[in-house]
Design a protein around this ligand. Sequence first.
Ligand code: ATP
Length: 360
Amino acid sequence: MTHIEVDSLTKRYGDLLAVNNISFEVAEEEFLTIVGPSGCGKTTTLRCIAGLETPSEGHIRFNGEDVTEVPVNDRNLAMMFQSIALYPHMTLQENIEYPLKVKDVPKAERRKRVKEAAELMQMDEELDKYPGNLSGGQQQRVALARTVVGDPVAFLMDEPLSDLDAKLKIEIRKEIQRIHARIGEPAVYVTHDQEEAMTMSDRIVVMNDGNIEQIGGVDEVYQYPANMFVAEFIGNPSMNFVRCSLESLGTDDARVAADGSIVEFPIERRADGFTGDSVMLGVRPDNVDLSGTGHSLLSGRLSLLEALGNQSLATIDGPYGELSALIPRDSDVEEGTDVTISVDPSELYLFDPDSENLIA
Ligand code: ATP
């Protein structure tokens, strides 16, 4: 089984620093997702792991062996990209078989491996069809079968679901996880969609502007975002931030004053060294309560109420800016009225407004 190391990887295109000295490892059997906004360097990182790009500096190792200079075709990787690129003039059998043919695997062995891969994808009845006769989801399944047929040492996927509709996305997402669990090799998955990252991964690498902002388990990155960038990127709708003055900061509690009211809350982890008196208070929309029952923190005007399944997304305007709240659909607040905002103090975050790093 394979263990992947990305060691001090830098990639420049002329003057542009696409990836800036990043390091991380992918354990055997691990599903690791690189997320971040468009242009942050996700694809470039994946292409360096694949051997489709040569790093400007740094090393890629598989099982401790330096493969930085090994060409893509000699790395035995399963790759899946946004555009499916099946050969339209070949049957599904021929499409799935193609990587084996290129490697001169004998015909009988090829047939056997194609059958296994097609069975794994539940497509063994359709091997005589041509790609043109298939739906987008079926084509993606063939592409997945083609990636696993060569007994790959790792899976590399770049936004493979982005061309699919919402229902198919969920179906193929499950399929990818099933195949990954079955094959047991590491997977590196690239997406700009934090929800996809959260549902599929063991760990997440959050990238921004060529750098890694945070690496961690799904729950860790959500619960303990290293900084405001991660806090805002992970979670939907995004975390709200309100500038407050810091009244006191102890080892296990803090007091802040916002818009005239004081809130005191327990803290679980605290970064050392913060000495400022102004902080950014972070609160996720799920933890904003408009029912008027909790400890009131702010007030504002409910400017917009949008239905989202069994919840509503409320937008509140106040002197601090705009806040979002996810509230029960049957909540009796009304658009255009004034509301009081309560938060569960244990769900609050504090960030340093200068460095934007998490304080508590
Ligand atoms: P997206 O989600 O939009 O694909 P990304 O996070 O995958 O974005 P990259 O495609 O890795 O980002 O690009 C990182 C930066 O490098 C971008 O500024 C991009 O324009 C630049 N870049 C990528 N490939 C090349 C190339 N072949 N030549 C020049 N610049 C490139």
